[in-house]
Ligand binder design. Sequence first.
Ligand SMILES: Cc1ncc(COP(=O)(O)O)c(C=O)c1O
Length: 390
Amino acid sequence: MSHVSFEDRTQALLKSLRDAGTYKELRHISGPMGATVTLEDRGEVICLCSNNYLGLSNHPEVVQAAHDGLKQYAAGTASVRFICGTFAFHREVEETIAEFTATEAALTYVSCWCANEALIGTVVGRNDAIFSDELNHASIIDGCRLSRPLERMVYAHRDGADLETKLKANMDADARWVITDGVFSMEGAVANLAELVDLCKRYDARLIVDDSHGVGVLGRTGRGTPEHCDVLGQVDVITGTLGKALGGAAGGYVAGSRDLIDLLVQRSRPSLFSNALPPTVACSAKRAIELVQRDTVLVDRLRANIARIRTGLADLGFECQESPTAIIPIMIGDEAEAIRKSERLLELGVWVVAFGYPVVPKGKARLRVQVSAALTDEQVDQVLDAFGGV
Ligand SMILES: Cc1ncc(COP(=O)(O)O)c(C=O)c1O
């Protein structure tokens, strides 16, 4: 049998990506994340591709909180949580997260990716069954791969009837775990949490919601998809990121019952064997949540910007599905064409990223517009002018 070396196959893959026009160039930003960013090769452009939904990444109070954290606790924890890595700022940010998500307790991780892997890998037992929405985020998929349950099932996207059939067929499992994104990151669609809560009650299942794109965005007071769906306090487990609306630095969390969090402290491998959240990140995230709790100014501003951009794009003839989220996918189909369109928008001063395979299925390439509360009315006008130009 002839062998292809790692070097040869890597070069062949990179060449094929370049030839197909789907090679991802990393762009370098030389200043802070905001409504606009400064790209090293292009100068200042409006940023419609970050998850800085509430504009908190560069909010003076959030930045100050990080400075204060650095000053009081220095650079990092230099340890995992259970040895000597648990600091007062961990307890404080976790209490704030628990209160905000209407849960008993929370545990932070260095990312939501870690949080999902930690959670699913720890709680799902050998005689359990997992039911995962087909469009769930990659971190949920990998988390499911880390567990070894009796059954690992994928139900059709947002399809309660399909989920119900699968739940019914697995009533002999010790525990049933239904897992969904709150807001699906490539579609901007919202999970029907009221239906899922109901199904979980009827079939004695537990519901896990990854609200990374919902928290800070949805709900009257920004408490996320559970608030939007009127089931706040009824979701068993919520995971989320601190790297998007809630300050944008990094970090993730699991929030749920006190027993669940105790179990994770005892058993979850990413917290047992990996360093804890650093003080800058924990302190800035805590302040970001406090700003959302203080009033609804930013959430209201985000909602107004979403409405203006959605309506404006629809008026220009772009097909945008109805959704309350800050994610507006514009379907293009062909990946190279999507990349060409995003290049054209960049020339017009608006940064929108094109997504193709493997992030989305082949043939379903799209431009993904992400709206921020930081955008001024003038910047929204500029965005719509640029889209008019493509
Ligand atoms: C739904 C969802 N979950 C988890 C993550 C991972 O979050 P983090 O960047 O904190 O690891 C993302 C990030 O893109 C996401 O969209």
